[in-house]
Design a protein around this ligand. Structure first.
Ligand SMILES: CC(C)(COP(=O)(O)OP(=O)(O)OC[C@H]1O[C@@H](n2cnc3c(N)ncnc32)[C@H](O)[C@@H]1OP(=O)(O)O)[C@@H](O)C(=O)NCCC(=O)NCCS
Length: 183
C-alpha cells in the first residue's frame, strides 16, 4: 500500500475504490491489457509509466482499483493527478472499466466518489477530465457527475497503433467541473 496521505479505500454508493499499491503494477497492466475496449481508449502503458505508483513520495497522484461494493473482483482503475501551482491548482481524473464492469453505473459512481474526495477532502475547486471527442459513453458518464463540455482539443491524444503500424492523433474533449456543480 502506498504511504502518502490518501486513504486506503473510498466508498461510493455502488463502488469501493481500493488504493493501488507498489506490488499491484503487474496486475494493473494485466487488467488494462485484458480489455480490447480499454486498449482502444486508453493510452499505451508500460511498466515505467507506472513508476509513480511505486514511489511513495508521489502525493500529487493516486491510483485506485474499482470494485463493486462487497465484491473484491478488480473491474477497473481510476486515478487522479494534480496541478499544484497555486495559480492554476486543479485535479484531473482518468478511468477505465473492463467489459465486465461496464454499463452498470459503476463508472459514474467511481468518478463521483473520487471527485467528492478531491473536492471535499483534498480541497480542489475545479476538476478536469479529457475523453476522446467520440467517446459518447464516457462523456455521458462524466456529465452525470457534473462535468461540462469546455471545448475540443484538436489532435490531442495519440491512439493505438493500427494494422499498418502507425498511430494517429485524435481530438479530445476538455471537460471541467467546479466544486459547486458536483452532483
Ligand atoms: C467510459 C466508462 C468509464 C463509463 O463507465 P460505465 O460504468 O460503463 O458507465 P455508466 O453505466 O456509469 O454510465 C454510462 C452512461 O452512458 C450511456 N451510454 C452508454 N453508451 C452510450 C453511447 N454510445 N452514447 C451515449 N451514451 C451512452 C449509458 O446509457 C449511461 O447513461 P444513463 O445512466 O443516463 O443511461 C467505461 O464504460 C469504460 O471504462 N469504458 C472503456 C474505457 C474508456 O472509455 N475509458 C474512458 C476514457 S476517457
Amino acid at each position: 500500500m502506498a504511504t502518502d496521505h490518501h486513504p486506503a479505500t473510498l466508498r461510493g454508493e455502488l463502488v469501493e475504490l481500493v488504493r493501488v499499491g507498489p506490488d499491484d503494477v503487474p496486475a494493473l497492466l494485466e487488467l488494462w491489457a485484458s480489455s480490447p475496449d480499454v486498449l482502444s481508449r486508453w493510452p499505451v502503458w508500460k511498466h515505467d509509466d507506472l513508476a509513480w505508483i511505486t514511489d511513495a513520495a508521489e502525493a500529487d497522484r493516486s491510483g485506485w482499483w474499482i470494485t463493486a461494493a462487497g465484491d473484491p473482483q478488480r473491474l477497473g482503475f481510476i486515478q487522479h493527478y494534480e496541478e499544484t501551482d497555486p495559480e492554476y491548482r486543479h485535479g484531473g481524473i482518468d478511468i477505465f472499466l473492463v467489459e465486465a464492469g461496464q454499463g452498470r453505473g459503476l463508472g459514474t459512481d467511481a468518478v463521483r466518489t473520487l471527485a467528492r474526495y478531491l473536492v471535499h477532502e483534498v480541497g480542489h475547486h475545479r476538476l478536469i477530465i479529457d475523453p476522446a471527442v467520440d467517446n459518447e459513453r464516457a462523456i455521458r458518464c462524466y456529465e452525470k457527475v457534473g462535468f461540462r463540455r469546455v471545448g475540443v482539443m484538436r489532435e490531442y491524444e495519440r491512439g493505438p497503433v493500427g494494422e499498418d503500424g502507425t498511430a494517429v492523433f485524435h481530438d479530445g474533449l476538455l471537460m471541467d467541473l467546479l466544486a459547486r456543480e458536483l452532483t
